[in-house]
Design a binder for this molecule. Structure first.
Ligand code: DAH
Length: 333
């Protein structure tokens, strides 16, 4: 019986040392040390031994159990460690690999400029207003002192939808809409960015659809010098401190007097950037304001023109062709 125990021990020790997985160890434990395992079945035969040998064999059996138990534990710990190491190795992250570069979009140069313009004017106390692109003749022209037979309508070739409805040719109708909605109250300080439409043939400087920003200020004592001050503040923030500006007399039916505003561009010399003037008394009146009590100035500029001057863009069609090589240049890093 002693030999059987010895053999069993050797067999089990060999099995343990060969085991490569934790499950195998579990099977070995059951097979040799479990209730129905081999050691138990050997011990079951102890009854047939002479009484004096029983404690001796019992001692040997215990020793075998202890040896196997400790080998199993050792091997178990070793396999667990190896499994952990394997997992760590397989899950390892190489922090020195270059990261993935997610493709980020960027603002369209026009929106970039519009945001800057809005920032500048909101900083000066203006609010941003909006109006419809499909407009009625009354707001687009008549309320702006441009009756149906007025020759100045020729300045803006229009897309008519019906004789009374058109795509707005400028953002000036928003002036009238805002004044009407304020019902005679002052002050009004708004700018209105938006798309406008003209029946132009597209070329480097013309587009049948472009973007304007309208400005309007109405209050009790608004004068031409306020217009000058606001525009100069805008121009210096947009094109740099010290940028020179000049006003030239001009004509718009909705302002009196009217001016065109130029800035001095280092390469191009004097360039026109917007139209402006004191809101015509008839425009104020039609919108519910008493021209004896209040006065106002207005201006209108083309966003593309501002962007072209600021970024040295030579063709207005770049804004609408969506060539990524063009657009990517305006990515902010
Ligand atoms: N609406 C004019 C245009 O599209 C621009 C303009 C000029 C707007 C003078 C104004 C202004 O508000 O006062 O050509």
């Amino acid at each position: 019986m002693r030999e059987r125990l010895e053999m069993l021990k050797q067999e089990a020790v060999a099995a343990i040392s060969e085991a490569t997985r934790l499950e195998e160890l579990r099977d070995i434990r059951v097979r040799y040390l479990g209730k129905k395992g081999e050691l138990t079945s050997v011990l079951r035969g102890m009854g047939s031994l002479p009484p004096e040998e029983r404690p001796v064999i019992g001692g040997v059996a215990n020793e075998v159990r202890q040896v196997l138990e400790s080998r199993l534990q050792e091997k178990e710990a070793w396999l667990e460690e190896a499994a952990l190491e394997e997992r760590l190795a397989s899950e390892r992250i190489d922090v020195t690999l270059p990261g993935m570069n997610p493709a980020t979009g960027s603002l369209h140069p026009l929106n970039l400029v519009l945001e800057q313009i809005e920032d500048i004017f909101t900083g000066l106390g203006f609010q941003v207003a909006e109006g419809p692109e499909v407009e009625v003749d009354r707001y687009n022209f008549e309320a702006l002192n441009l009756p149906k037979d007025h020759p100045a309508r020729d300045m803006q070739d229009s897309f008519y939808i019906t004789p009374e409805i058109l795509l707005r040719t400028h953002t000036s109708p928003v002036q009238v809409r805002v004044m009407e909605s304020r019902e005679g109250t002052v002050p009004i300080r708004i700018i209105c960015p938006g798309k406008v439409y003209r029946r132009d043939d597209d070329d480097a400087t013309h587009s049948h659809q472009f973007t304007q920003i309208e400005g309007l200020m109405v209050d009790t004592h608004v004068s031409m010098s306020e217009l000058h001050g606001v525009l100069l503040a805008f121009i210096e923030q947009m094109f740099g401190a010290g940028t020179e500006m000049r006003l030239r007399p001009s004509y718009f039916p909705f302002t009196e007097p009217s001016v065109e505003v130029d800035i001095f561009h280092p390469e191009k010399g004097w360039v026109e950037i917007l139209g402006a003037g004191m809101v015509h008394p008839r425009v104020l009146e039609r919108a519910g304001y008493d021209p004896e009590q209040v006065s106002g100035f207005a201006f209108g500029m083309g966003a593309e023109r501002i962007a072209m001057l600021k970024y040295g863009i030579d063709d207005i069609r770049h804004f609408y062709n969506n060539d990524l090589r063009f657009l990517r240049q305006f990515r902010s890093e």
